[in-house]
Design a protein. Sequence first.
Length: 568
Amino acid sequence: MRASGNEQRPDEPGLIFTFEGEAIAARPGETIAAALTAAGVRTFRITRQGEPRGLYCGMGVCQECLVEIDGQPSVRACMTKAVDGASVLRNVSPARIPKNPPHKEHIGGVKRDPDLLVVGGGPAGLTAALFAAREGAHVVIVDERPVPGGQYFKQPHRGLKAFADDRQFEQGRELIASTRDAGVSIVEGMVVNAALPLAVTVISNSARLEFTPKRLIVATGAYERAYAVPGWTLPGVMTTGAAQTLLRSYRVLPGKRILVAGNGPLNFQVAVELARAGAEIVAVLEAAAAPGISTFPSLAAMALAAPGLMRQGFGYLRELKRRNVPVHWPASIGEIAPGLAATAGHLRFEADVVCLGYGFLPGNEILRLLGCRHDYDPQRLHLVTRRDAAMRTSVPQVFAAGDCCGLGGAQAAMAEAVIAGITAAREVLGTKQSDVSGSVDHARRDLKRHRRFQKALWTVFKPAHTDRTPRSEAILCRCESVAGELVSGITADGNDSIGSLKRQSRLGMGRCQGRYCIPEAVEQLCKSHGRLPDEYSYAAPRPPIRPVPLGLLQADDDAYQEPPITWG
């Protein structure tokens, strides 16, 4: 059996599966990706071009960690729990078609027509569901993760010990417990496959459900923005969020010598957490210039709006200094060579893992599929969902809260969710409960305060160099291995739409459905033609929103079995 070489696994492995014929130890509840990473495995799949790929986003978006499990190809290792005795192989493209369709499980015991359906089990989704349930509504949450909590709270799987009982963990535990106690049904491990405003289909590798709620609340959060430099597709290069998920949810270090590079305070937090867990942090590279006199007004605004968050942020910097971790301002990764030798200007670093965290993008695919209107934010370079003060979108039955609408952080997301949850519930029920009558006003005040904080924060963390045009030799589309030079050439030939780029290059036509490459290509395309992007500049979302086994789309709903459901 392969030794893990990972000291942050205090629980004894309870099961064994094989990977390419070699025994791998895992613990109940652990994902295949976490167990493989703990065992030192970096390459999970091989592309059509023969390129090795490994864990990248850690949250089911990028589709880079695909493996074959017991003959079923193209399974996401980061979202799939390890099973005792399973045979796991690297996914080799093109993946073979399985001889038998996936095992179909029967579904029952979950209300199909709840008052509210909430998509997303992170801070915003849990909060919206909690306050709606307190109003008396029957609420169901659908969440893609095996355990609710989202990217921010990152709860360990049941039975696994938490990495640290800090306030962030504790707040997540309390919110999840309160939501369950309020009677909210949580359907875990399932993703929205298709959606109309009041008809939503969710699906997993082996099950399907169809909901017809009276109101829909979308709270699907955000995912990390691509940073397309030569070498960013190498195994061992992952997002900062993926590294944090491995540590916080599974007590697994992504490696021993780790370079953290990107833009924003999350990178400092994760660097400290990895160092506390025993990793050697080679350096932290921050794309913004170090705070100084010019940023004092913004720092003062942050301190007034959220003094606790300010203290926490400076605490991370002090701890990095105490641990002798070099922090370089401003510095950005320029290239990552095989063997994970990374360069940033004249700086060179040797590591066995490189974590990239260069900002986020809203996970707005469902909202755009539903026809909700969006506007472009030229400062943050992403679409913002158009909403009224009640968090209602342009589609009357659909509410939205959190980072899927435009990036604002977890605290602002929860304030928005209070407003959305209470308003949607009162619309359906036609009642007003006295015990939460003041919650909406309180949430509005919190929301204003946290938005002031975020505005000042990103003034401080504005990158010193704003040109994000990928180098010509860098791969822009990870799924189809499309290089930036091909995109630049097609754009230079007068093509002015993302559709023409897709047709001529296959950019955005892979399994991640353009979530990483299309936003970067749209920026490049619109810049070359002297215009700002709008909601029609991007590729239109189409179902299925995530790749799903074809066999599950063919069967009757009653032929399926119950997915993991947690009842309040």
